[in-house]
Design a protein around this ligand. Structure first.
Ligand SMILES: CC(C)(COP(=O)(O)OP(=O)(O)OC[C@H]1O[C@@H](n2cnc3c(N)ncnc32)[C@H](O)[C@@H]1OP(=O)(O)O)[C@@H](O)C(=O)NCCC(=O)NCCS
Length: 171
C-alpha cells in the first residue's frame, strides 16, 4: 500500500550529475520501468533536466520528482517524468511539466529557430500519465503497435504532441 506524504514545501531546480545517486534511487523505487544508472548519467550529460526538492512532514529534503527532455531544432521531447510514489497526486508532475514549457518559452526568446512543439511517447496502459498529458493540452498524434515490451507481451506506444505558442519578441 502506498502511504502518501503531505507536501510541506518544494522547489524546482535544474539537475546536474551531482544528483545522479538521488535520481537513480528515485527511478529504481518509483518508475515501473527503471532506466538505470547509465541511461540517467547520459540524460544528465546530454539533455535538459529538472528536479523537485521536497520537504516532508519530518523536515527531510529529498528529490521527489525528475523530468528529462531533449531539445532538437524546433522540437522538445519528454524523455521521462517520474514522481516519488509517496508524493503523487499533489500536482508535482503538473508543476514540473509546466516548468518545462516555461523554460522552452524563455529559451525561445534568443533562438532563431524557436521550439514550437513538445512531443512524448507513453505506454498505452499508463492511464495516469495519459490523463496528465491530456489535461495539459497534449493531443494524440499516433500509435506504434508492439513498441514496448511488457510482462503481458508487447504493448503499443501512444504519441502525443503539444504546440508551444511563441511568447516574447522574435530575435
Ligand atoms: C504519471 C506521474 C508522473 C504523475 O505524477 P503526479 O505528481 O502524481 O501527477 P499530478 O499530481 O501532477 O497529477 C496531475 C493530474 O494528472 C492526472 N493523473 C495523475 N496521475 C493519475 C492517476 N494515477 N490516475 C488518473 N489520473 C492521474 C490527474 O488528472 C491529475 O489531476 P488530479 O490529481 O487533480 O485529478 C506519476 O504517476 C509517475 O511518476 N508514474 C511513474 C513513471 C511514469 O509512468 N512516468 C510517465 C511515463 S514518461
Amino acid at each position: 500500500m502506498t502511504h502518501l506524504v503531505n507536501l510541506q514545501q518544494h522547489r524546482i531546480r535544474s539537475a546536474s550529475i551531482n544528483d545522479l545517486e538521488a535520481i537513480v534511487s528515485l527511478d529504481m523505487d518509483s518508475n515501473p520501468h527503471p532506466w538505470g544508472e547509465n541511461l540517467i548519467k547520459d540524460a544528465l550529460a546530454t539533455r535538459q533536466n529538472w528536479v523537485i526538492e521536497s520537504c516532508d512532514e519530518q523536515g527531510s529534503i529529498n528529490i521527489s520528482a525528475w523530468l528529462t527532455a531533449s531539445m532538437l531544432f524546433e522540437q522538445s521531447e519528454l524523455e521521462l517524468i517520474v514522481v516519488d510514489r509517496f508524493f503523487r497526486r499533489q500536482g508535482l508532475a503538473r508543476k514540473l511539466m509546466t516548468h518545462w514549457f516555461d523554460a522552452i518559452k524563455r529559451q525561445n526568446m534568443g533562438r532563431e529557430q524557436p521550439v514550437s512543439e513538445c512531443l512524448l511517447e507513453v505506454r498505452e496502459s499508463n492511464l495516469g500519465a495519459i490523463t496528465l498529458y491530456k489535461s495539459l493540452g497534449f493531443e494524440l498524434m499516433g500509435r506504434r503497435k508492439n513498441y514496448y515490451q511488457s510482462e503481458q507481451g508487447n504493448e503499443a506506444a501512444l504519441l502525443f504532441n503539444l504546440t508551444i505558442s511563441y511568447q516574447g519578441e522574435r530575435p
